[in-house]
Design a protein. Structure first.
Length: 262
């Protein structure tokens, strides 16, 4: 009997630790879905699908950069993909909240996922921004910052019920799909452009460049001396040529492929 007990004990030492069915059965699937993405649009859609399965109906993927000037520190936000309330997105952009957003401040200080309600040292402006986001339907959130070599951050913001935000397994899986997204984004950048630049006219490339710099159609029209409708026509033609349904995704894709240089 002692011999049998000893064998069982040794077997237990070499047996892998038990994992929950959720982690064991669900972890490989997100990686495979993102790995099959053929462009930025499908990559964003795959990420959104997996985020939804984790209980996050809202998400935003953006590239966040800070100006190097210490006198007037500003934060620039380049949106890659999002499923946020449109009214909030327009309001956020109109108020130029990127430099006020406490999530951005925390992202430059954190390397691990963090919850919005854990951010400390909120100013009145930062607290007001979070309150307004909550009123818009973004009451709780989890952020995953992926720091880049150029000092920018690839930031993944996930918003949903408090139970989803507080779930520790969710935090781990959200981190995994965010890192996977980052990897696949680099993979797509290595795909040959296949003469994509030749598919676009000089005016389309110019309009996409200004889109990548965060300008609206009206602002681009003023810069180029064209009407807003003409600008939107060129952007739409560029989207069709690249087979991408979002103007922002088209600008990001053109940047990644080296077609434009914002």
């Amino acid at each position: 009997m002692k011999h049998v007990s000893r064998r069982r004990s040794n077997d237990d030492q070499h047996r892998p630790p038990p994992t929950s069915g959720r982690a064991q059965g669900g972890a490989p699937a997100p990686a495979m879905r993102l790995a099959y993405a053929t462009d930025i649009t499908s990559l964003v859609e795959s990420f959104g699908h997996e985020a939804g399965k984790l209980g996050f109906p809202h998400y935003m993927i953006s590239r966040v950069t800070r100006s190097r000037s210490t006198s007037t520190r500003r934060t620039a936000l380049e949106m890659i993909g999002a499923r946020y309330p449109q009214d909030w997105v327009r309001y956020y952009q109109r108020r130029d909240y990127a430099s006020t957003d406490p999530v951005h401040r925390a992202a430059f200080l954190q390397s691990a996922p963090f919850r919005w309600h854990d951010i400390i040292g909120l100013s009145k402006a930062e607290r007001r921004l979070l309150d307004e986001a909550g009123e818009a339907g973004l009451r709780a959130g989890l952020s995953i910052p992926v720091h880049q070599s150029d000092g920018s951050i690839l930031l993944f913001n996930l918003s949903g019920p408090l139970r989803s935000v507080n779930d520790t397994i969710n935090s781990r899986l959200a981190y995994l799909i965010s890192v996977q997204f980052h990897y696949e984004l680099h993979r797509l950048a290595l795909i040959p452009s296949r003469r994509m630049a030749h598919l676009l006219t000089a005016r389309q490339l110019e309009c996409l460049t200004w889109v990548a710099r965060g300008k609206t159609s009206a602002e681009i029209g003023e810069i180029l001396g064209r009407s807003r409708y003409t600008v939107e026509f060129h952007i739409k033609e560029a989207m069709d040529a690249l087979n991408i349904r979002s103007r922002t995704a088209a600008a990001v894709h053109a940047t990644v492929q080296g077609i434009i240089k914002p």
